[in-house]
Design a protein around this ligand. Structure first.
Ligand SMILES: Nc1ncnc2c1ncn2[C@@H]1O[C@H](COP(=O)(O)OP(=O)(O)OP(=O)(O)O)[C@@H](O)[C@H]1O
Ligand SMILES: [Mg+2]
Length: 221
């Protein structure tokens, strides 16, 4: 489902954000990407999501060759992904439920049907009492949960969640992780970056650790 072969990403000024990264992830796998701040986790996610290209190396995601993704292919590729950005990227002047419904509306689903399904996902992330509040007025943790619900509502093949529990307390983090793990049961492949080593240890999932842009470990807790 995800194949990286000898992937390098170098930013101007000789900043080597990723070096010789080889990662192979199968359908329905759940994988944590860990590593200290500045290790290259977000850089990796940006490339997997097709927002950026490797400086060198091969990158295949969901059957698309990301080294030569055409403008025409891009929207089809994006539909296969659900992305939770580290900084959420919500539409601030829209309500929680409208944000969550957005991926369906974009795909041409009727607004009423989209909102109906969005309310189911609001419940899944424990935000049913925040439905009609604009996201600019929500707390960081609430915004994070809106971002997650928006990422999974269209049943993507792959979920890329960059620090999805960064603003949550332990109890809420566990709920969100349960939800993400549950997604793999319906065939989704889930990648989660996190700093939270205790959380990772409790989950017993595959862990890929990155340090200074290199994979330093790939295995189970
Ligand atoms: N657009 C950019 N231009 C130049 N350097 C960049 C750019 N984006 C990231 N970097 C650098 O690449 C390295 C990896 O950054 P990245 O954001 O991937 O780290 P991270 O592991 O996500 O960190 P954090 O845990 O703090 O989110 C850092 O040294 C960062 O300064
Ligand atoms: Mg990051």
């Amino acid at each position: 489902m995800i194949e990286l072969c000898h992937v390098y990403k170098t930013y101007p000024g000789a900043i080597h954000a990723l070096r010789n990264v080889d990662i192979h992830i199968k359908k329905s796998e759940f994988v944590f990407i860990t590593g200290p701040s500045g290790a290259g986790k977000t850089t990796l996610f940006r490339m997997l999501a097709g927002f950026d290209q490797p400086t060198s190396g091969k990158l295949q995601v969901a059957g698309f060759d990301l080294n030569k993704l055409t403008t025409l292919q891009k929207p089809y590729f994006r539909r296969k992904l659900g992305v939770v950005f580290q900084d959420f990227k919500l539409l601030k002047d829209q309500t929680a439920i409208e944000n969550i419904a957005m991926p369906l509306v974009i795909r041409g689903e009727k607004k009423s049907r989209s909102l109906e399904l969005a309310s189911v996902f609001l419940q899944k992330v424990g935000l049913e009492n925040r439905q009609d509040i604009k996201t600019e007025s929500l707390s960081g943790g609430e915004q994070q949960r809106v971002a997650l619900a928006r990422a999974i509502i269209h049943q993507p093949d792959i979920i890329l969640a960059d620090e999805p529990t960064g603003n949550l307390d332990q109890e809420r983090s566990e709920e969100i992780m349960n939800l993400l793990e549950f997604c793999t049961q319906s065939g989704m492949t889930v990648l989660v970056t996190t700093h939270d080593s205790d959380l990772v240890r409790r989950r017993k999932q595959r862990i890929i650790s990155i340090k200074n842009g290199e994979v330093v470990r790939d295995g189970r807790a």
